[in-house]
Design a protein around this ligand. Sequence first.
Ligand code: NFA
Length: 101
Amino acid sequence: MPNVITDRKTTTATRTERPRLYKVILLNDDFTPREFVVQVLRRVFRITEAESDVVMMTAHQRGACVVAVFTREVAEMKVQQANDLGREHGYPLAFTSEKEE
Ligand code: NFA
């Protein structure tokens, strides 16, 4: 019987990458009431009234404001929930998500 080597070993190197994060952005519009925007921000993003006010006013004055960053799935879910709330009340309120560099 020839000498056959059967005990080859496999080594696996593991490299863990950080998940890419996505910004959720609030866009200004001319129709959605300020107070409604604040309530949606509080409900969907669980931020305080004071923080919601700053985010809402920043979007109002500058056109857009980053609300928070999340993994892609969570960002997309929050955008959907917030946009649905606006639609349910007949407002054009718009949130979007964008990959962070
Ligand atoms: N611009 C809106 C208004 O004057 C308020 C608003 C702020 C809407 C931020 C959307 C986003 N009623």
